[in-house]
Design a binder for this molecule. Sequence first.
Ligand code: GTP
Ligand code: MG
Length: 197
Amino acid sequence: MVIKTAEYLISSPDWEQCPTPVWPEYAFIGRSNVGKSSLINILANNERLAKTSGTPGKTQLINHFAINNAWYLVDLPGYGFAKRSLSQRRQWEQMIENYLRKRTNLVSVFVLIDSRHEPQKIDLEFVNQLGGWNIPFSLVFTKADKSTQAIVSKNVKTFLNKMRETWQFLPPNFVTSTVKKTGRDAILNYIDEMNAQ
Ligand code: GTP
Ligand code: MG
C-alpha cells in the first residue's frame, strides 16, 4: 500500500469525542514505551506525525490520524506505566475499555509487545481481555533490532504458546523494528486486506 497522505486529526479524552466513524479504524496499544507512536510514524512515513518519547507515558489521549483520506490510525496511551496512581490507572482502563468496545468502526487492534522480553503477565492479561470482548487483534513484537533474531523468535513462540493455553485460534503476528523499518510492508498489506473486506 502506498501512503499518499497522513494527517493528524484530534486527541480525544473519550470515545464519544472521537471523529465521526465513517472510515475503517485500526488502533495501536501496548505497554508504555513499547513503541506504538514510533510504529505509527513508520507506517505513515512521517517521523513527526505521532509524538514519541524516551520516557514512558508520553501518549495520554486517543489520537486519530487520517490515512489516504480512507482510514484511521489510532495511537492510544500505554498500560503498565508505574508512575500512574491507582485512580489514573482506573481512568485509563475505563477510557480504553469504552473506546475498544463502543467504537463501531474499529476493525482491528494491534497489540504491541517488546520482543526482548519473555511473555509478561500484563500483556497476556490484556490480550485475554481483548479476546474475551471478541475484539479482533494481532500481535506486534517491537524493537527487534535490540536483540538477536534467536531471542525474538523464542519470545514470539513462547507468547503464542501461552495464548494457546486459553485460546483455540491464535492471532496474526508481526515482528517490527522502526530503526530497520522491518515489518512495515507486512502490516500495511494486512491493513489493506482488511480495508478491502
Ligand atoms: P507511550 O506513548 O509512552 O505509551 O510510548 P510508545 O509506546 O508510544 O513508545 P514510543 O513510540 O514513544 O517509543 C518509546 C521509545 O522507544 C523511543 O525512544 C523510541 O525511539 C524507541 N523505539 C520505538 N521503537 C523502536 C524500535 O523498533 N527500535 C528501537 N531501537 N527503538 C525503538
Ligand atoms: Mg506513544
